[in-house]
Ligand binder design. Structure first.
Ligand SMILES: [Zn+2]
Length: 123
């Protein structure tokens, strides 16, 4: 199973229609979704097609993210847009659920579903 077009549209709407990655190649408007933690190889990675692991992205950032390194990569990790894989897909998914994503306006959200996200109240 992969992420369907209908599911991608819901993720894009959930995230406000704009690409959250905002890399230097960014076109702004989101057309696709990006996996915060890579699925890697093998069928078991389907678990990571969960909405908590998906964010709205533009096609160019989606392609460029894999090559992000150094401070660019650290920035993506800090904004919750890259989630480092754990030892199992299940643990990785749990990590994605617990790690808030930073919206373009700086607000933090936990991703809870295809249509829902929950704002994290600053401590
Ligand atoms: Zn972008």
């Amino acid at each position: 199973m992969t992420v369907t077009v209908a599911q991608k549209k819901r993720i894009i709407a959930r995230d406000g229609g704009f690409c959250l990655l905002a890399l230097n190649v960014c076109t702004g408007e989101a057309q696709t979704t990006d996996h915060r933690a890579n699925r890697g190889s093998g069928g078991a990675g389907d678990r990571l097609d969960h909405p908590a692991n998906l964010i709205a992205a533009c096609s160019l950032c989606n392609g460029a993210k894999a090559e992000a390194h150094g401070v660019t990569r650290l920035d993506l990790i800090e904004r919750g847009l890259i989630v480092i894989p754990d030892s199992t897909h299940e643990k990785t998914l749990h990590r994605a659920m617990e790690t808030p994503v930073m919206a373009l306006d700086g607000r933090l959200f936990r991703l809870t579903g295809f249509d829902t996200r929950e704002q994290v109240t600053p401590a």
